[in-house]
Write a protein that binds this ligand. Structure first.
Ligand SMILES: N[C@@H](CCC(=O)N[C@@H](CS)C(=O)NCC(=O)O)C(=O)O
Length: 207
């Protein structure tokens, strides 16, 4: 059985974030109390860079940083997902499943549309954390739409997100880091073909 042990303290809200996720996922865990005023050698060894809690120990392997821990939990345990399913599902599925996956992707984008409305970037006038976190949307979505023969990021439904996407990909540093569209398209197309043929659509969607 998996051994899940958060090294944490009840008064740390970063730790509460992780504990909420563990409970939300329905995981059993063993809480290891840490006193940050007198840090344990275990904490210093497992988080030598920041020396902070929370640290999640999964079968002895440490994961640091509360938001990364949330992502790790979500990728490791699929039940009660914290993050919306990716649009790759809509691209791979067919028929009714495809419609459902598109509706789910559109629902997530509707939420994001509300956040960006009236702003140039998520943080205001210049790029911030959220812009980088969501910076995959413009290229990924447009390529998925083409490979999956579908429309997700419709300009009329998501005018603000469209404006943001245009401004974002025009920023020189963003441009310099993004892969060329054609190369990315070929990569996604061959990945989709591989997933459809080797593990079957059903499995790909679950995974
Ligand atoms: N970015 C970190 C922040 C964690 C953090 O600041 N933890 C505090 C407790 S609330 C800590 O360990 N402080 C000890 C120290 O700074 O030495 C996260 O999200 O996990």
């Amino acid at each position: 059985m998996d051994k899940v042990r958060p090294i944490a303290a009840p008064l740390s809200l970063y730790c509460c974030r992780v504990e909420m996720a563990l409970k939300f996922k329905g995981l059993e865990y063993e809480y290891i109390h840490e006193d940050v005023a007198n840090k344990s050698s275990m904490l210093l060894e497992l988080n030598p860079v920041h020396k902070k809690i929370p640290v999640l120990l999964h079968n002895g392997v440490p994961v640091n940083q509360s938001l990364l821990i949330l992502e790790y939990l979500d990728e490791t345990w699929k039940e009660n997902p914290l993050l919306a399913k990716r649009s790759m599902n809509a691209c791979l599925a067919e028929g009714e499943d495809k419609e459902k996956a598109i509706a789910s992707a559109v629902e997530s984008l509707t939420f994001i549309e509300k956040l960006i409305k009236g702003k140039k970037f998520f943080g205001g006038e210049s790029i911030g954390f959220m812009d980088l976190a969501l910076g995959w949307i413009p290229l990924w979505t447009s390529v998925m739409e083409e490979v999956g023969d579908m429309k997700i990021l419709d300009e009329e439904t998501f005018p603000s997100l469209h404006e943001w996407a245009k401004s974002f990909i025009r920023v020189p540093l963003v441009k310099s880091c993004m892969p060329p569209r054609e190369e990315f398209f070929n990569y996604v197309q061959s990945t989709a073909r591989y997933l459809r043929s080797s593990i079957g659509c059903e499995e790909a969607i679950k995974g």
